[in-house]
Design a protein around this ligand. Structure first.
Ligand SMILES: Nc1ncnc2c1ncn2[C@@H]1O[C@H](COP(=O)(O)OP(=O)(O)O)[C@@H](O)[C@H]1O
Ligand SMILES: [Mg+2]
Length: 355
């Protein structure tokens, strides 16, 4: 799939901007703080329903204005589509001119894989970054998963509130049964999804890692860490930790603590991997993501590479691009570069000009 046209209206430092992309490689270059990532952010927002960096939606609106909009015309499975989002106090999405009731109705209509320098955190930082990675991937392909996650989080919050009420107001402990059963049921379903997608990564991870490193010396494993594997044990675990949970006032076990570990030659790359190995591993994960989405949607997802050139040495970069043949790529960098027959855009102070 690919984006044909992007319109920005009062989005970040843009006022009125139209960009026509080609269906292969698009290089967006310019100095720092000119508006390159803002373009990537606008596309991401239309794909996932929210920004990857703004805490509040009104940050997205041009300082001098009070509302903003983004429009994307795309082609997927040989059919054209249009996504529009209006941003003011809230976001309103339109799909082919029809207003969408829920953000989840829009997620996954355009499929993008994003790679930013901060993605190294998926490997380096704590489990929440890894959960976010896997959750976003699943959400973009299975709308039902978003509802499951929302339901789980709501039940978790209610259970936590009730735990504090037991402690402070001496409420009945047995009432926890309701929350525990609900949580266990959602947990199991979420667990199944995560397990399935981590298995899909597992199927691809060695192949892609070798394609980037061009070396067969490193064996990669990925392991899903969850506190249970069955609906019944999810429930048993909640009951087992009840007393402790009441003391603490929150739920200490459950799929909100899930994680996955990646190993190079049986050693966790998060602990023992060099900076280079960690960077390569993120890229490997992204290639896996690209493949998984491709298999699911029967079309090629769009690849957004923000500040990509700072990421890898030249060889690995070359190996990476050898694997990106049919995808539309939108890549930002500070220096003008040439990759195959790319389209080039120069960005300066919120204006994007095709060269
Ligand atoms: N809501 C906004 N209104 C106007 N300008 C903004 C807004 N948010 C960010 N900017 C400006 O956008 C620029 C940063 O854009 P960005 O795309 O991150 O730069 P880069 O080209 O380095 O990727 C900065 O100059 C910042 O002041
Ligand atoms: Mg940037």
């Amino acid at each position: 799939m690919y984006i044909k046209e992007l319109y920005l209206n009062n989005f970040r430092n843009y006022e009125e901007q139209k960009i026509e992309f080609n269906n292969n490689i698009n290089v967006l270059f310019g100095n720092n703080a000119q508006g390159k990532t803002n373009i990537v952010e606008a596309i991401y927002l239309c794909a996932y329903g929210k920004s990857f960096r703004a805490k509040k939606d009104n940050e997205l609106i041009n300082f001098k204005k009070d509302c903003s909009s983004i429009e994307i015309i795309y082609k997927k499975n040989d059919r054209s589509g249009k996504i529009k989002v209006d941003i003011n106090d809230k976001k309103t999405f339109y799909l082919n001119e029809i207003k969408q009731k829920k953000i989840s109705d829009v997620i996954g209509k355009i499929n993008v894989v994003i790679f930013t320098p901060e993605d190294i955190d998926i490997i380096k930082e704590g489990p929440s970054k890894r959960r976010k990675f896997i959750d976003m991937l699943i959400s973009s392909l299975r709308p039902n998963y978003i509802h499951l996650l929302n339901s789980y989080n709501k039940s978790l919050e209610q259970r936590n509130n009730y735990l504090r009420q037991i402690k402070i107001e001496n409420k009945k402990v047995e009432m926890l049964d309701i929350w525990d059963e609900q949580l266990a049921s959602y947990s199991y379903k979420i667990y199944e999804y995560r397990k399935m997608f981590i298995e899909k990564i597992e199927e691809n991870i060695n192949v892609f890692h070798k394609l980037i490193t061009k070396s067969g010396k490193e064996d990669i494993k990925i392991k899903y860490i969850s506190n249970s594997k069955e609906e019944k044990t999810f429930l048993d675990n909640l009951i087992k930790t009840r007393e402790l949970d009441i003391k603490r006032g929150y739920t200490a076990t459950g799929i909100h603590r899930d994680d996955f570990i990646i190993y190079i030659n049986d050693r966790p790359v998060s602990i023992f991997g060099s900076q280079g190995q960690q960077r390569t591993m993120v890229l490997t994960l992204k290639l896996c993501e690209l493949q998984i989405i491709k298999d699911e949607i029967n079309d090629t997802p769009i690849l957004l590479l923000d500040d990509f050139m700072s990421e890898l040495d030249e060889n690995r970069r070359k190996n990476f691009f050898e694997n990106i043949k049919d995808n539309q790529v939108i890549i930002t960098c500070t220096d003008e570069i040439d990759i195959k027959n790319n389209a080039k855009f120069y960005i300066e102070n919120g204006i994007c000009n095709k060269l």
